[in-house]
Design a protein around this ligand. Structure first.
Ligand code: FAD
Ligand code: LAC
Ligand code: ZN
Length: 451
């Protein structure tokens, strides 16, 4: 330990190698509290060259490394899980380039937060296309590494679609990638495509060249109450065909509304005993889209109650019922998080399978998610038998043509279930690729490792 610590101190300086257990503890515990490990050391390199030095030293010493951004990941991939393990924190990689208006791109250090990406883009007259509730801590590097989604995917796609370039360091300390951001290039392997969603298993992303989108100054937000999930999907279909500036279509099921309303100490803005599903809809545009939103919702027979707001405190109050669900669940205990997606037409069947699994294995479900992607966050409080719940619910998602992870990644949580969505040939090819880039198994062992 001392020899490795001395080497790391020589690379990043004494202030950036942490070994005091009181200090390293917060880097070793995940956001949910479900995954708690111990860090041999926490290292905070300040440049790509320092990241390379750190990785080379750890690989030479045979000590595995877990890359960590904001530590808001929800599947256990961002914290140590065996001894010894070094946490490589990107918290000092916070350089921000100027907004390149002609290209509509910006270069950011991997440790810049999602909120700072957005603020920086807006200061340059643009906007960031990805947004989600952990924005103040989650980093752009972590978001690329988990191919993060959030509420604007319906309009702009996931994080993968925003990466015009990146640089990353492999386990042996070599650097790959480019920040040129060329929109067209055809010379074989495309590093951003490979690294997006790789969850720290192929390389440490040190900087990203991200796309920007127009900054729509006007947002109209509605919450509507519908009778069922099928009705919510009918509302989604109508919006998709009738409006051009759809920015978010989010789903809250009644159990989640009850939990978040209690947490906020507020009454749900819409709905009553008829409500089977709430939908939060946003339109964003250069002109105020409120009239367009009201018109789009006006004659939909599936809606029995609606509230519409524009920017300001009223909108923030409404959005809080969606944004703060994850926090309100954690305030009640450590949930089992099964983040799945199915084709939207199969959402009813998915929830029937979830309820059957709960009846058989115990627990309280708090479901919500991203309706346009058929993505339901199946959060289970007081899970009776977590393994059987996971087996049945992830199995059902897969059988319905969906996935065991639409967001957040596989981490440690899903390693056991990768076979549900990948063939043996695919798992073998992925393992071979990983071995080629990281032959010593330094980077994030256990994560995305089929077991
Ligand atoms: P971390 O948690 O630090 O790490 C996550 C994974 O990425 C780990 O495997 C880690 O090893 C790897 N990693 C981190 N940085 C790097 C790097 N520079 N290079 C290589 N690998 C790296 N996610 C969504 O997709 N959509 C949501 O709507 C959403 N909402 C959330 C709401 C709340 C309240 C919370 C707590 C989380 C939410 N998340 C959501 C999950 C999480 O915030 C995202 O996955 C986020 O992108 C993680 O970023 P991070 O910087 O915190 O990464
Ligand atoms: C959300 C996270 C949990 O959608 O993905 O709030
Ligand atoms: Zn989500």
């Amino acid at each position: 330990v001392t020899a490795l610590a001395d080497l790391l101190v020589a690379i990043v300086g004494p202030d950036h190698v942490l070994d005091d257990a009181d200090v390293t503890a917060s880097y070793a515990r995940d956001w949910t509290g479900r995954f708690v490990g111990e860090a041999l050391l926490v290292v905070r390199p300040g440049s790509t060259a320092e990241v390379a030095g750190v990785l080379r030293a750890c690989t030479d010493a045979g000590v595995p490394v877990v890359p960590q951004g904001g530590n808001t990941g929800l599947v256990g991939g961002s914290v140590p899980r065996r001894q010894p393990m070094v946490v490589l924190s990107t918290s000092r990689l916070t350089a921000r380039g100027d907004v390149d208006a002609g290209a509509a791109q910006v270069t950011l250090g991997a440790g810049v937060t999602m909120a700072d990406w957005r603020r920086h883009a807006q200061a340059g007259g643009f906007d960031a296309p990805v947004d989600f509730a952990s924005r103040d801590s989650a980093t752009v590097g972590g978001a690329v590494a988990t191919n993060a989604g959030g509420s604007r995917v319906v309009r702009f796609g996931t994080m993968r679609a925003q990466v015009a370039g990146l640089t990353a360091v492999l386990a042996d300390g070599s650097s790959i990638g480019s920040l040129a951001g060329l929109p067209k290039e055809t010379v074989g392997v495309h590093w951003p495509s490979l690294l997006a969603g790789s969850e720290g298993t192929l390389g440490v992303i040190t900087a990203v060249r991200l796309k920007l989108v127009p900054w729509y100054r006007h947002t109209a937000t509605a919450m509507v109450a519908t009778g069922s999930l099928a009705d919510a999907v009918a509302v989604l279909a109508a919006l998709r065909s009738n409006v051009a500036n759809l920015d978010a279509v989010e789903l809250i099921l009644p159990e989640a509304m009850a939990v978040v309303a209690a947490h906020l100490g507020a009454t749900p803005p819409v709905g009553d005993e008829r409500t089977g599903a709430y939908v939060v809809v946003e339109l964003a545009d250069h002109e105020d889209p409120t009239d367009a939103l009201m018109a789009a919702l006006a004659d939909l027979p599936q809606i029995h109650d609606a509230a519409v707001t524009t920017e300001g405190p009223a909108r923030e109050r409404l959005v809080a019922f969606r944004d703060r669900i994850t926090e309100s669940i954690s305030a009640q205990g450590v949930p089992l998080k099964l983040d799945v997606a199915v084709p939207v037409g199969a959402l009813d069947e998915l929830m029937a399978a979830v309820r059957a699994a709960l009846a058989a294995h115990g627990g309280r479900v708090v479901p919500f998610g991203h309706l346009a992607e058929g993505n339901v966050h199946v959060n289970i409080l007081d899970p009776g038998d977590p393994d059987l719940l996971a087996r049945d619910i992830l199995g059902a998602a897969s059988a319905l043509g969906g996935t065991i992870s639409a967001e957040h990644g596989g981490g440690l949580a899903k390693s056991k279930y990768l076979h549900l969505v990948r063939t043996p040939a695919e798992l073998a090819a992925a393992a071979a690729l990983r071995h080629a880039l990281d032959p010593t198994g330094t980077l994030n062992p256990g994560v995305l490792t089929a077991t």
